[in-house]
Design a protein around this ligand. Structure first.
Ligand code: ATP
Length: 283
């Protein structure tokens, strides 16, 4: 196992302000495996990822990461996490500078990843002059340049429009199929989760626990076209049936509201229209 999580819990605050944010969660991730995590808002997905990154201390349980390098983990955030006061190349090189990689090697690796992300011409640009999609590609380049054993991605495409999001999903799919990193990927989009992952985990409402853990039945390398297959829709619907119960629980009916204006609890979840609606909610 690359990552072994056992009975992980995290509580924030004290006394009457205590928030049970997460768990108990147990999850094993094999070397090179890509696991997507979906769950309702506030169920503790970010807390789980941050605990694996060592940014949040668990209240209970254990996390074991089997690594062989001194800088094994990189994290990519929704808000890009790049430094506006550093040019693009310096941003991508940042992790390597921290690792003490010599300048020539660091430059070469950073330029390789900029090239790979289609940003070769922007090495000297300031982040403020880039679009959201380009900034997110800078943050992916920075994480990949550090050659982490474990890559943690927290809703990396949530701030992007639907078309750009699709393109970056496809780029990430290609990268992960050639680079074989162990990845934990948090998203609100079921189609994104399935497209990219070997397994999709569905979490309950807070405190988040694992309700469902499904293997994605598509061989690698896989193409984005799998999104159009019946098997893909079937898995997406299965995951949605579990997730919708958790999400519905967060919607409180407004007292006095006409019944026919309350959110529908049942529905026919078939085909692309449903998926479109759900993904639209994500953005
Ligand atoms: N530092 C903190 N202090 C207090 N409460 C926190 C802290 N971090 C997270 N929480 C609470 O823990 C719960 C889980 O938060 P978390 O951000 O992990 O959820 P999430 O599933 O990632 O949410 P979203 O999908 O909306 O991003 C939330 O109720 C949140 O308010």
């Amino acid at each position: 196992m690359k990552i072994g999580i056992r009975d992980l819990t995290r509580t924030f605050g004290r006394g009457s302000r205590t928030v049970e944010a997460l768990g108990p969660v147990s999850l094993d991730v094999a070397p090179g495996e890509f696991v997507s995590i979906v769950g309702p808002s506030g169920c503790g997905k970010s807390t789980l990822l941050r605990a694996v990154a060592g940014l949040v201390r668990p209240s209970g349980g254990r996390i074991n990461i089997r690594v062989g390098s001194p800088y094994p983990v990189a994290m990519i955030f929704q808000d890009y996490g790049i430094y506006p006061w550093k040019r693009v190349l310096e941003n991508v090189r940042f992790g390597l500078d921290v690792q003490g990689v010599d300048r020539r090697t660091a430059d070469a690796r950073a330029r390789y990843w900029l090239e790979r992300m289609g940003l070769a011409d922007f090495a000297g640009a300031w982040p403020d002059n880039l679009s959201g999609g380009m900034r997110q590609r800078v943050s992916i380049a920075r994480a990949m340049a550090a050659e982490p054993e474990v890559l943690l991605m927290d809703e990396p495409f949530a701030a992007l429009d639907a078309q750009l999001r699709s393109l970056l999903q496809e780029e990430l799919l290609e990268i992960c199929q050639t680079e074989q990193r162990t990845v934990l990927f948090v998203t609100h989009s079921l189609s994104e989760a399935i497209l990219l992952a070997d397994r999709v985990v569905v979490m309950s409402a807070r405190p988040g626990r694992i309700l469902l853990d499904r293997t994605v039945p598509f061989d690698r390398p896989r193409s984005p076209e799998i999104r159009l297959s019946a098997e893909f829709s079937a898995l997406e619907n299965e995951l949605w049936q579990t997730l919708r119960v958790e999400v519905s629980g967060q919607l409180r009916p407004v007292p006095g509201a006409p019944a026919d204006r309350r959110p529908a609890r049942t529905g026919h979840a078939t085909g692309r229209d449903n998926r479109g609606a759900r993904d639209g909610d994500d953005n």
